[in-house]
Design a protein around this ligand. Sequence first.
Ligand code: ATP
Ligand code: MG
Length: 284
Amino acid sequence: MLRIAIQSKGRLYDDTTTLMKEAGIKVNRSERALLVRSTNFPVEILYLRDDDIPQTVASGIADIGVVGLNEVMERGEDIETIQHLGLSKCHLSIAIPKSLEYTGPQWLNGKQIATSYPNILKKYLDANNIKAQIHIITGSVEITPHIGLGDAIFDIVSSGSTLVTNNLKEVERVMDSDAVVVARKDMTENKRAIVNELLFRFQAAIDAQKKKYIMMNAPKAHLKEVLSILPESAKSPTIIPLADENWCSVHTVLEEKHFWECIGELKKVGAQGILVVPIEKIVL
Ligand code: ATP
Ligand code: MG
């Protein structure tokens, strides 16, 4: 039985439980249970605050965990990062009040910076020869400059809307983060095999999220042009005859971003009835 630590509630909880569901791992959690066995896969889920996940994995209480890279770097525990999931993407940045003029990293010299990530911040300041005072605070970091608790903040940014609301501007982007799978270092062969199966399923679910199955009707006379518009990655589309001899149906898998690039051109050469369907899993 493999034990996985995940966040008990919050942003990562949503992304992780959705991913597990897509990976076919059934977990029936009764309200606020802290340790729950899957009913169809040899894993049990331990629900924790995200701050505690790196240490729980390092000490072997859990075998693996799903947590933001930001927490992994901040905690500095002796664990392995074995897969990037590309979910809960954000970055850690320094921000200052909008009204102030920022002249570069040396502006931070002698200033006070409020953060919940003192270790990552200290590394950045040391690497850039900046002498600043770090003020550790565990929540509502973005209001500190307005209540006189520091000149700048170092915190998580995703869309930047929280900064705008609080009259702050991002001046240094220090690190990028996404949800990662971390593992303890001394795992048995048996457990490693379960981890590999799990990572394989996660990857299939993640690959599927980025891709779409597309179908369209194309006039046979313009089939060559339709195929030339489809990107290289859509290897050998399926071509199906239709009752009307002058038309055929073209099916292929596309990254969603390519779909938006191609759609106008496909219509121009006569493609019609373009259907886009989500894909549940892809095994490459
Ligand atoms: P906990 O109660 O478990 O300690 P928390 O309040 O520390 O929760 P959340 O806000 O749920 O944490 O965020 C968890 C992780 O999700 C963060 O460490 C970060 O990796 C990521 N994250 C946070 N905010 C965002 C955001 N706005 N956009 C994308 N990812 C984010
Ligand atoms: Mg936390």
